[in-house]
Design a protein around this ligand. Sequence first.
Ligand SMILES: Oc1cc(-c2ccc(F)cc2)cc2cccnc12
Ligand SMILES: [Mg+2]
Length: 208
Amino acid sequence: TRSTRPQRLLAAVQKNATRGDPRSVVKAIDEFCRYTEWAMNVGDEKGCILDSVVSEVNPATVLELGTYCGYSTVRIATLLPPDAKLITLEFNPDFAVIARQVIAWAGQEEKVHLVEGSSGDLIPKMKEQFGVKSFDLVFLDHWKDRYLPDAKLMEAGSVLLADNVICPGSPDYLDYVRNSPKYRSQYFKSHLEYTKVEDGLEKSVFLG
Ligand SMILES: Oc1cc(-c2ccc(F)cc2)cc2cccnc12
Ligand SMILES: [Mg+2]
């Protein structure tokens, strides 16, 4: 039977990237998605904005909502010091299977803990299960109707960085973080991965 898009993306990584070299994994995925088959990774343009926010926050603990094939997981993990922790949640088991192999190919397994399940169920359990009361940085890149309810579950001191606030869009989330006194919000205008369509990242600092 026909392979899936994540399986074809993994094959491109294993063919074109050097095992243990995360930058070559990122490059292989970007080239595959730009020239062969589009996929919903944050991509190279928004990825550079993600890199700059990660470097600025310099987080000891990161939560990523929505792993997909592990592209942004690898980008973030590469920027973290050895003792930092990145927990990434993925609802779709077929995506998780691929992401684990992409993360392993990039040699980032030590810093990454991929947990399968829904963010709505797992976030409340974060405290007891991972002993993490709050995260220094949260990257929201999962289903857009989960952004607002999940942000409300995490109002305990994080920097939130949300992908796709324009396309596909998360209007209720944007309205909330831009108008709530609890956040200082900033929009980084960019484009939908591998396209000329407008999209952007919204960075929202929780003010406590
Ligand atoms: O970066 C993303 C992009 C899209 C997307 C899909 C089809 C389109 F025509 C446009 C955008 C969906 C996502 C779903 C979850 C996390 N990220 C996404
Ligand atoms: Mg996205």
